[in-house]
Design a binder for this molecule. Structure first.
Ligand SMILES: Cc1ncc(COP(=O)(O)O)c(C=O)c1O
Length: 391
């Protein structure tokens, strides 16, 4: 393990031997922790005899095709890892598959942030609000502190001065230090990208004391802006990805953490022994084949066109104060009266997201880009709302 990663890992996790599942204890594939049966079997057992995991030997009626639901799934399914690594342009040992990017967030905090009964001695994460809410919730449920370094409209770029100040006082040998800096790009709910220059600056500020976690849940809507190349340049870069957005598989619960193998190996100590259900791994693997990826990009194209059209509609309405350009599959807009717009749309069975309680976003609402027909219904409802308000 790299010395730096060892130094920032929770000491009790550093020395922890992970649960030795039936697969892991005999594994001879380091990336997937999978047992690869011997080709030089001693007697007549060409077909492996699995008697090591207290599974039922067979099950009628439920197994379908190749899937054997009586068996535990792979810890890190080999083909899924290989497909995602190829898609993302990283090595297999730089990928961890997990239950959505949300689980990635939680694993990182659990692995790196020390907790304490004296709150000031607990490690912290930095977030840059307004941003995705789960960084703070996960930190709080685990017992890590949250330091907020807000950004402001209209650009929502990072406060690098403030981050630099925090970084220069961040000393790993002290108690209660910053271990993780979360940067969401494209950011939810504002839709902006954080500039590559700012991200690299922050990575440099914290290169000796914390991991910078770049949440790229929406990156497919703006693929050229991925920061995945930073993984090989710096020891302290982590990227979060998901199949929930552009790949259209939110119900599957599958996401990925990308980083150097030292970080991935720490997370492998903390994650559950069988994180992904067999059908999840199979569907996810299929979505990452060439045709799955082409299909995803064609949907991204449609969503980006629908987004431009919704942007123009919102811009033309008199009750919108501001419409924020977006690199995700959603648009944030500031309106004159968010509760009344929310209520009017809801009475029409149209559900958007109120963001008014987010830092610096009064009267802001977020519209997800839906299908062509959903966008038509939304547009009509917005025009009706405007008419009623002007009567
Ligand atoms: C920025 C961001 N990160 C992560 C997630 C969670 O993704 P997943 O569904 O993979 O857990 C979301 C979901 O809305 C998100 O907006």
């Amino acid at each position: 393990m790299s010395d730096f990663i060892d130094a920032i890992t929770r000491p009790d996790i550093s020395v922890l031997t992970p649960y030795q599942s039936a697969q892991r204890v005999l594994a001879n594939n380091e990336t997937t922790n999978k047992i690869v049966p011997s080709a030089n079997y001693a007697s007549g057992n060409a077909k492996p005899v699995w008697l090591n995991a207290n599974e039922r030997p067979s099950i009628d009626g439920v197994n379908s095709g190749e899937q054997e639901f009586n068996r535990y799934p792979s810890f890190q399914p080999q083909q899924l890892i290989a497909n995602y690594a190829t898609y993302a342009g990283v090595g297999d040992d730089q990928v961890l598959a997990c239950r959505g990017a949300d689980e990635g967030i939680e694993l990182l905090i659990r692995a790196f942030c020390r907790t304490s009964t004296t709150p000031s001695q607990a490690d912290s994460i930095i977030i840059n609000p307004p941003t995705y809410g789960m960084y703070e919730i996960s930190a709080k449920t685990i017992g890590a502190r949250v330091i907020k370094v807000p950004t402001s409209a209209p650009e929502f770029q990072l406060n690098t001065e403030q981050l630099k100040k925090i970084a220069s006082a961040n000393k790993l040998n002290e108690e209660g230090v910053v271990k993780l800096v979360f940067i969401c790009s494209p950011n939810n709910p504002t839709g902006n990208l954080v500039s590559a220059e700012q991200i690299e600056k922050v990575v440099n500020f914290f290169k000796d004391s914390a991991l910078v976690v770049i949440d790229e849940a929406y990156i497919e809507y703006s693929s050229a802006n991925t920061q995945v190349g930073l993984i090989d340049k710096f020891d302290n870069v982590v990227i979060l990805r998901t199949l929930s957005k552009a790949f259209g598989l939110a119900g599957l619960r599958c996401g990925f953490v990308l980083s150097n193998s030292a970080v991935i190996n720490v997370l492998k100590k903390v994650i559950a022994p069988y994180p992904l259900a067999t059908p999840v791994a199979d569907i996810a693997t299929e979505s990452l084949t060439e045709s799955g990826i082409n299909n995803m990009y064609s949907e991204v194209n449609n969503a980006n066109q629908a987004k431009s059209s919704l942007f123009s509609t919102l811009f033309s309405l008199s009750f919108t104060e501001k419409v924020f350009p977006s690199k995700g599959n959603f648009i944030l807009a500031q309106v004159k009266n968010a509760p009344s717009l929310m209520a009017a749309l809801m009475s029409d069975n149209i559900f958007i997201r109120d963001q008014s309680k987010q830092y610096g976003l009064p009267n802001c609402v977020r519209f997800t880009i839906g299908s062509e027909s959903e966008m038509r219904i939304l547009t009509n409802a917005l025009i009706q709302f405007e008419k009623k308000n002007n009567d």
